[in-house]
Design a protein around this ligand. Structure first.
Ligand SMILES: [Zn+2]
Length: 416
């Protein structure tokens, strides 16, 4: 599976450019559908375009099982990437999910509840600017009208991109029916940091996701000649932007958060032209929600003083994963491990966090990343650790679908 994906959307940097509803995304979705078909998993696509491959050998249909209180245990991740992203962020979770299903079947495991493997669409938000758009619309956390009006760098709207991909934009909306099938969600993901390297463990269980958000700063100016316009006559939009970049570093340091300005648009964008407009995007996160809010408030005030209009594009407060579920998975991993599985928080957003916010018992497994780097071609995971991740995920799925989950409401009982 890994070698199938290796060349799809690979850029010259060695990283990947796999953006939602592009030709690369289409190839990846076809691949996912093929892997589901090969395993006899029943493929469904929800109103947003997220793909689900269902494994249910029990009596009746998946919906019959759900109606009887046997809600599904779901695992998976996403296949899209940031610009020049690594190979593992997303695909490791999808491939591991499929491999875990294979492992369970080889072991003759008969789940008492349906199992599904998912591919969430548009997790990174690289094309239209909103992260986890697929799971947000699914769970009603992003208004479909707002999503449809989003534009990419070429001015293509989300609606147009959906149409070009053969989907009807009118279909886009929350899908409570699909969501009601999910009793628990476990997302395996490459670690985006070096905690597991320091702890000497291949796999960890997640505790929470730091609060995080994105803000757009629009700085106005006046275009003019870089040679003939006196300094005192200029309205240079770049100066406010420069202040934002330095301010972000300064304020975040003081408040113990992280803040990044990683994207900028300059108009007109000529070497010899004074910028008439600069748009910069701020990303702010941290373990302490109050400090993140204060950091952004300070930078907003500072930007407005420089004439900027500040627009909040997204905001997600601290997301706590289901404690019972996380604890249960930790116990499963501890059963035959020499070292106890670490429990880690993360500064990265994930579909599992969006589902957790929607009330779906959710958690994550992290696989060691020796470089600690992510959203870059340097992101890595050793094959042995990836296999350890698959084994851990399979053990967790086995426990959730067979151990103590055969009565009452299914996995939610054990996870409560
Ligand atoms: Zn990811």
């Amino acid at each position: 599976m890994w070698s199938d994906l290796e060349s799809v959307g690979q850029a010259r940097s060695g990283g990947y450019r796999r953006f939602a509803w592009t030709a690369e995304d289409h190839t990846l979705r076809e691949w996912f559908a093929g892997e589901c078909a090969r395993r006899g998993l029943e493929l469904t696509t929800d109103r947003v375009g997220n793909q689900w491959g269902w494994w249910w050998d029990g009596p009746g249909t998946v919906d019959d099982a759900v109606a009887a209180g046997r809600r599904a245990v779901v695992t998976g991740s996403h296949l899209d990437s940031v610009p020049d992203g690594g190979a593992f962020d997303g695909p490791l979770g999808v491939v591991s999910a499929l491999a875990a299903v294979d492992r369970l079947r080889e072991a003759g495991v008969r789940p008492q509840v349906p199992v599904a493997v998912t591919n969430f669409v548009d997790e990174e938000g690289a094309r239209f600017g909103i992260a986890c758009a697929g799971s947000r619309v699914l769970t009603g956390q992003l208004d479909p009208a707002r999503a449809l009006a989003l534009t990419d760098a070429d001015g293509t709207t989300y609606a147009e991109a959906l149409r070009a991909a053969g989907r009807d934009p009118d279909d886009l909306g929350p899908d409570p029916q699909t969501l009601a099938r999910v009793g628990a969600f476990v997302e395996l993901h490459v670690e985006q940091g070096r905690a597991l390297v320091d702890l000497g463990a291949p796999v960890a269980v997640a505790s929470d996701i730091w609060p995080h958000g994105r803000w757009r700063f629009d700085f106005p100016g006046e275009a003019n000649h870089a040679g003939t316009t006196r300094l005192q006559d200029r309205r240079d939009a770049m100066l406010g932007y420069a202040d934002l970049v330095l301010g972000a570093r300064h304020v975040a340091t003081q408040r113990g958060c992280v803040a990044t300005v990683g994207k900028v648009h300059v108009t007109p964008g000529g070497v010899n032209a004074i910028p008439s407009h600069v748009t910069g995007w701020l990303d702010a996160r941290g373990a302490d929600e109050e400090q993140v809010v204060a950091t952004v408030a300070e930078l907003t005030a500072r930007g407005e003083e420089m004439g900027a209009t500040v627009t909040r594009e997204s905001w997600t407060p601290t997301t706590r994963f289901d404690q019972g579920l996380s604890e249960r998975l930790r116990r499963v991993l501890d059963r035959d491990a020499e070292v106890s599985a670490p429990v880690l928080g993360t500064g990265a957003g994930h579909d599992a966090g969006i589902l957790a916010t929607a009330g779906v018992p959710s958690t994550m497994l992290f696989v060691r990343n020796p470089t600690g780097v992510s959203h870059s071609p340097a992101e890595h995971a050793e094959a042995a650790d990836c296999h350890a991740g698959v084994a851990a995920l399979a053990d967790c799925l086995r426990d959730l679908t067979t151990g103590g989950a055969t009565t009452g409401d299914g996995p939610q009982d054990g996870a409560a």
